[in-house]
Design a protein around this ligand. Structure first.
Ligand code: ADP
Ligand code: MG
Length: 325
């Protein structure tokens, strides 16, 4: 849905208009030079885009939490948090959500910040600065966190949604005072502030948080109503996911038994499906189930053997349900 501001962006982005066109229109050289400067500034501001570093998943299986997130975020300035074990599908819901938002409202920005470490949080902020080309974005001495926060506050910059993924380590966001990452930061101006202070709750946008920790999610969103506990898939969704990932129709009884052994966790289902598909026809759903059940550590071996899963390396270091380990 294009709106008036998008149309004006396009006008400003029209580089083919010769500079002297403006002078000819008004006949006032001094003022025209200013006009051209203003236009040039706006020309260099890109239209809203996304910094989400993942492709949309064609195999996405919709879940209740997506709809709940949409409901919560329909109210401007609201936050939502998904809390659950690694591999339960938190990030996937928000990836899908951001693509949905951009499809419905192309004038909205979608940002993604990995918050597993302070360095990654800062890297995510730098990506926001680069995508928006906010003033100071290319100044190596600029305080990126402050720049980004000010930009997010400024209403004229438009609407945004920001996903703060993997806010698992409370030390990063709420450290004991003398150990604050901000107090250790190279920029002394940042010293008094917590990293959480750089997530402004503004009427321009919504903040979406993923975490293992209910407490962290609450502290970042400031509302228990916004914190959604996230568990494994129900049987129907898990079956759909397995069939989509396998690319062929498996016997329902075998598939249900395999899903049971995998605790109906989306990551495990995805990895098991890849394991089967890569080795078919030697490997089947029932053979895979047999391997998992055969020894205590087969589940872990299964997960580690599967290659090419973009986020599995990270996820394997996260707390997984005991049955995989
Ligand atoms: N709703 C879903 N539809 C399809 N695949 C999913 C879904 N949720 C999770 N997955 C699969 O499981 C993997 C792990 O999910 P992810 O969102 O990264 O888990 P978490 O963020 O909770 O650790 C994803 O990479 C994806 O392959
Ligand atoms: Mg995740």
């Amino acid at each position: 849905m294009a709106d008036a501001s998008a149309a004006s962006h396009d006008t400003y982005r029209n580089d083919t208009v010769p500079a002297n066109f403006f002078q000819q229109c008004t006949g006032n050289v001094g003022r025209n030079i200013n006009n051209i400067t203003v236009l040039h500034d706006r020309c260099s501001k890109p239209p809203p885009s996304s910094t989400v570093p993942f492709r949309r998943d064609d195999h996405f299986v919709t879940r209740d939490s997506l709809e709940k997130t949409q409901r919560i975020c329909a109210i401007p300035a609201d936050c939502a948090a998904l809390v659950g074990l690694g591999g339960v599908g938190k990030s996937q819901i928000f990836i899908e959500y951001t693509y949905g938002v951009r499809n419905l409202s192309p004038t909205k920005w979608a940002f993604w910040v990995h918050a597993g470490t302070q360095a990654r949080f800062e890297e995510g902020s730098r990506r926001i600065a680069t995508a928006t080309k906010m003033d100071g974005w290319n100044n190596p001495k600029a305080d990126m966190l402050r720049l980004v926060r000010s930009w997010l506050w400024e209403e004229s910059n438009g609407q945004w949604v920001i996903v703060v993924d993997n806010t698992d380590d409370s030390e990063i966001f709420f450290p004991l005072l003398d150990r604050s990452p901000a107090s250790r930061a190279s920029n002394p101006g940042q010293a008094a502030e917590l990293l959480s202070d750089f997530l402004p709750q503004s009427s321009n946008g919504s903040i979406l948080v993923t975490s293992w920790s209910q407490d962290m999610a609450f502290r970042l969103t400031d509302s228990y109503a916004s914190v959604l506990g996230f568990k494994q898939m129900d049987e129907g969704d898990a079956l759909v996911l397995l069939q989509k990932k396998l690319g062929f129709h498996a016997d329902r009884k075998n598939a249900t038994d395999l899903l049971q052994a995998l605790d109906r966790m989306p990551l495990a289902i995805t990895l098991a499906a890849a394991y089967i598909a890569q080795r078919a026809p030697c490997m089947t759903v029932s053979r895979c189930l047999y391997e998992i059940c055969r020894s205590d550590d087969a589940g872990a071996r299964l997960l580690k053997n599967v290659v090419g899963h973009s986020r599995s390396q990270t996820i394997l270091h996260l707390p997984l349900p005991e049955s995989y380990l």
